[in-house]
Design a protein around this ligand. Sequence first.
Ligand SMILES: Nc1ncnc2c1ncn2[C@@H]1O[C@H](COP(=O)(O)OP(=O)(O)OP(=O)(O)O)[C@@H](O)[C@H]1O
Ligand SMILES: [Mg+2]
Length: 336
Amino acid sequence: MAFNLFDAEDRILQQAEALRSQLAEAPDDVRAGVEALIQGFRRSVREARRLVRVSDRLHDQLARANHELARRKAEAEEALARLQDTQESLFQAEKLASLGGLVAGVSHEINTPVGIILSCASHLADATVHLRSLFEADDIGVEDFERYLGTAAEASRLILSNSERAANLIRSFKQVAVDRTSAERRRFDLRATLDETLVSLVVPLRQAGHALEFDCPPGIIVDGYPGALSQIVTNLVMNALTHGYDAGQTGRLTLAARLMGDFLRLDFADDGKGIPAGQRTRIFDPFFTTRRGQGGTGLGLHIVYNLVTAALDGTITVDTEPGQGTRFIIVFPTAS
Ligand SMILES: Nc1ncnc2c1ncn2[C@@H]1O[C@H](COP(=O)(O)OP(=O)(O)OP(=O)(O)O)[C@@H](O)[C@H]1O
Ligand SMILES: [Mg+2]
């Protein structure tokens, strides 16, 4: 049986109507009064029913709105999940693309020295065959022999220097692929690790005649990759020595570490030549070098960038003006 909210009111009305029929003999004003009471009560019950209907309707609307809200929330959550998936695959695609570019770059870079090695070796082989045939025909003159010695010396010099360049490229390329899992992770004392790194750089620093000021508070413990940190500092110092100054110029380098809450800030600066505006945005790109053909592979800062972002989970920025020196600022969490 359907639940009637107005059961009690209906019963009162029935009782009132029964009362009214019993009042047939009563004076007119009493009957009129009872009739007015019944009508008044009926009106108020009607009004109450109307209010209940309105409230039911509002309740329905609210339920529908809630339902709609829940549906949209689910939709938004799904869209967010899809977006995160897309972002992840974009990130992977970007990594693949940059890896593809890097592989193409390495092949291109290695192609030059390997090509030179090949042509020198075949030139040397030809010259040797020629000398042997002269020798076997007993027709060898002093000039032939001298020419051959010259060719052999030049070819072996080129073979050596280009092999060295190819080996350099391969060594650098191996460092580009920063792999957190293969690197050694541990808790280490920041000052001790940086000190050790700088000790290994004393000789090139002294040879170049530069002073390095090191400033790091004691007792800072980092949970991370000391090898990565050491490689970053080494690359930055070697870059300052290689690119920062003209021969004979003495410079002042500074390395300062500061703890800022849960983050560390490493600040490495030289007071050398600086980097022109047009090159500033490209220095972290693989193979960007201003010393091509003079031993530069252009992978040094790319490796630094990868180490900072992937191994230290940090950021690196450069601040430099021509003639105003170069400053690298690295910020990373003490526990990544
Ligand atoms: N301290 C610095 N002062 C001036 N220029 C710099 C400095 N550090 C880097 N650069 C510029 O940034 C370029 C890229 O540096 P990066 O370390 O990537 O390559 P590289 O030193 O030329 O070669 P590699 O490190 O492979 O031997 C350099 O060729 C140089 O022009
Ligand atoms: Mg370098």
